[in-house]
Design a protein around this ligand. Structure first.
Ligand code: ASP
Ligand code: MG
Length: 460
């Protein structure tokens, strides 16, 4: 069997869902399980409704919800089998009633708790999957809707719940195996799950990719396909470097580094379940299904180009702590990192000298509290609007002088916090936010002088 995951733009309206249906039909012999995101910008829309309700603007919240409802009703009317339209519209309306009730409760309480946030946002996927399953039946495919909350078991960390794999894996198998054995096409939700007691959770924004990989791993899929609105993983952002090329094949390790360090194609956790079970992942464009996409596999061929891709993240903050007490001391770094752990803030990069340590942060929601705590250890400095650039490729491991080559192309750009080693296939560093485009263009020119056809798609 295979898992086919379709993102928000791939289910955004009737036209997109017709394309999706054709894509699934093409591979129906491979026994697909289909997992979908919410339609278009529905997740943001629902969360906006919740925010409005909490601000005591219930009228506006309900008005906004009506336009979301209208779009779902219109779409299902266009795609479902004629004799199902009435009952489906009633099923959708029942869900919207549930959301309306929740919005009233939020307005009453005056804030959106993280549990309410999940209760509301989970509806995006519950609704879109209902529409997609109906569209399959409207087109003669035996689409069967499944509520994944019965199987995707998580802890109660609402809005970023962690999956309990021991409970989930067998439940996922049991949920889908009978339908697959009968030749049905299960349609289910990405992004959502539930606690042991059945309270609805979500696994983090953009988490549908991760859900698809979890399903694929549990059912030992032949392949996990992530259908999105770009052709695959590119050598870098084509918006900045128009001559960037698509990467045809890349290793799990390389793609994980890229996802983590800013390539927006895949949710960073996606590859973990796939890697563990050695299931290839393919990223494809649902608007151009004939394009081959990017294959992510255990071992990829070595490219002739010096790297596979360049990713970057803007809006990075550097925190530097300097203290004489660090000199020759032990346990100092542990204490500093304990501060970040306590404030639930991940650190991406670290550089140390005898008397200071610099760390980069992407998530600055708790920055003020972190800084207050860090001041107990020494002098604290903060630099905002930095950018992290990350060059990935397994040749970095084998090519002497490659790091020098990378930086020679950047001689007039101020580079800091260079890191190479933690993962031998990644060189990352920080530049000023204003310099990131210039740096990426220069790097792309240096690293992708020669592109071989085994690894890169030269045209399309
Ligand atoms: N719909 C969710 C989001 O917008 C999950 C996803 O699309 O992956 O974050
Ligand atoms: Mg996504």
């Amino acid at each position: 069997m295979i898992v086919m995951k379709f993102g928000g733009t791939s289910v955004e309206d009737a036209t997109a869902i017709r394309r999706l249906t054709a894509i699934v039909r093409n591979q129906i012999d491979r026994q697909p399980v289909v997992a979908v995101s919410a339609m278009g910008k529905t997740t943001n829309g629902l969360l906006e409704c919740a925010r409005l309700a909490a601000e005591d603007n219930l009228t506006e919240a309900l008005r906004k919800l009506e336009s979301i409802a209208l779009h779902h009703h219109n779409t299902v009317s266009q795609l479902a089998p004629a004799d199902e339209v009435e009952s489906l519209k009633m099923a959708l309306e029942e869900r919207f009633d549930g959301i309306r009730n929740a919005l009233h409760e939020i307005a009453e309480i005056g804030e959106v708790s993280s549990e309410y946030s999940d209760t509301i946002s989970a509806n995006g996927e519950l609704l879109s999957s209902t529409v997609v399953a109906a569209a399959f039946r409207g087109d003669g495919i035996d689409g069967r809707w499944f509520d994944i909350r019965q199987a995707m078991k998580t802890n109660a960390e609402f809005t970023r719940a962690a999956v309990d794999f021991t409970a989930t894996d067998p439940l996922l198998k049991d949920l889908f195996a009978p339908a697959l054995a009968e030749g049905g096409v299960p349609v289910t939700q990405g992004f959502i799950g539930s606690t042991g007691e059945g309270r609805t959770t979500t696994i983090g924004r953009g988490g549908s990719d991760y859900s698809a990989a979890i399903i694929g791993a549990a059912l030992d899929a032949e392949e996990i396909q992530i259908w999105t609105d770009v052709d695959g993983i590119m050598t870098t952002d084509p918006g900045i470097v128009p001559e960037s090329a698509k990467v045809r094949i890349i290793s799990f390790a390389e793609a994980s580094e890229l996802a983590y360090f800013g390539a927006r194609v895949l949710h960073p956790s996606t590859l973990l379940p796939a890697m563990k079970n050695d299931i290839p992942v393919r990223v494809c464009n649902s608007r151009r299904h004939e394009v081959e996409g990017t294959a992510i596999v255990r071992t990829a061929p070595q490219s002739r180009a010096l790297a596979k891709a360049i990713a970057f993240k803007r809006g990075i903050t550097i925190v530097n702590v300097a203290s004489d007490r660090m000199l020759m001391a032990y346990g100092f770094l542990a204490k500093i990192f304990e501060v970040f752990a306590r404030h639930e803030t991940p650190v991406d990069m670290v550089a140390t000298s005898e008397v200071s340590v610099s760390m980069t942060l992407d998530d600055t929601r708790n920055l003020e509290a972190i800084l207050t705590d860090l001041r107990a250890f020494g002098e604290v400095k903060v630099e905002t609007d930095q950018a992290l650039i990350c060059v990935v490729g397994d040749r970095l491991k084998y090519t002497p002088g490659l790091a020098a080559k990378i930086f020679s192309g950047l001689s007039d750009i101020n580079v800091s916090m260079i890191s190479h080693g933690a993962s031998a296939i990644n060189v990352s560093f920080i530049v000023d936010g204003d310099e990131v485009e210039r740096a990426v263009r220069a790097l792309h020119q240096t690293l992708f002088e020669v592109l071989d056809e085994e690894t890169f798609a030269l045209a399309n």
